[in-house]
Design a protein around this ligand. Sequence first.
Ligand code: NAD
Ligand code: TYD
Length: 357
Amino acid sequence: MQYKRTLLITGGAGFIGSHVVRLMVNKYPDYRIINLDKLTYAGNLANLKDIEQAPNYLFVREDICDYERIREVLREYEVDGIIHLAAESHVDRSIRDPFTFAKTNVLGTLSLLQAAREVWEARPEKYEGKRFYHISTDEVYGTLDFDGALFTETCKYDPHSPYSASKASSDHFVRAYHDTYGMPTLVTNCSNNYGPYQFPEKLIPLFINNIRHGKPLPVYGKGENVRDWLYVVDHARAIDLIFHEGRTAETYNIGGFNEWKNIDLIKVLIATVDRLLGNPEGHSLPLITYVTDRAGHDLRYAIDSTKLHKELGWEPSLQFEEGVELTVRWYLENQDWLDSITSGAYETYYEQMYQGR
Ligand code: NAD
Ligand code: TYD
């Protein structure tokens, strides 16, 4: 079949990437969607079981740091759009192992940019009809106080963790490729995502799983840090819209104006899990365990997504209450998915399947 476009989505076996791949595969049967993923501990093809047989979907196991292989893939499939999500994404891991974050997030992004540059510049039409869309985070802006201020697109970068420092650096490289080589790039900075298929090291899936199993809930510090939560499908919808209609070289913030103090959010999770499991009210509250704070723990993140709303009309489709209900139900109903991760079984399976790659 002659496809209208070929999109390469990196990190498509991860949490947000799997929702983006699913949306694109289903919504655009005339696009070829290539999911390029290294399958690190965070990549799991079970996240895409429902679409893996779709005729317009292709999975390629590669490392974004392997610049020559990436160049071959871009050339072979005549990729004209890249949506780049592959990254190391967990702050606590970045504190323990910053080099891996610099390698994947900074050098990996650079190798993808350079491979795209070489392949696209070699074509007669050069950058015409091309797009390099880089997915970033609000964490690059640093931290806010409790004064009601929000992160806008013009806030200066002020990252504090090795994770956010590596993402900030990759954002700068993407903009540099636009300014220096004329590559048609885009960057978006999104707030914390939640929803199905999130790796259970992040707050929401970890705590849902622990509540279910009666395990302690390790709350960092006093639980007073604030995060701005967005349902992952709404992020994927925003990515689709911005990829197709966003202005080249622009930055858009994505967020749902939905701030929660960690401890309040944790109480909502406890109430929801207890209700759905038929436990008496307050049953799991004693699981809350205050632990040593995360080093360099940013106090508050809050995104101003007015620009995206005004320019492209995007707004979240779900109220937070509905999103939490859907999310908790999903994890409770998909215990096998959680178990396969917490037991490590899925990694062994991939190692056998892709021996030698
Ligand atoms: P994730 O950790 O769930 O998934 C990352 C994916 O990238 C995995 O499938 C992994 O196998 C793949 N990957 C890692 N290193 C790779 C490499 N070297 N080559 C190829 N693939 C590799 O992450 P996520 O939460 O889905 O985040 C996706 C993107 O969105 C990241 O860039 C992250 O910075 C950004 N982001 C995340 C959030 C959030 O709340 N999770 C919020 C804003 C922005
Ligand atoms: P996390 O899901 O790791 O996302 P991020 O660090 O990117 O915001 O954490 C969300 C918030 O929850 C953050 O303030 C740290 C806190 N947290 C805990 O209190 N305990 C935990 O076990 C985890 C994983 C996070």
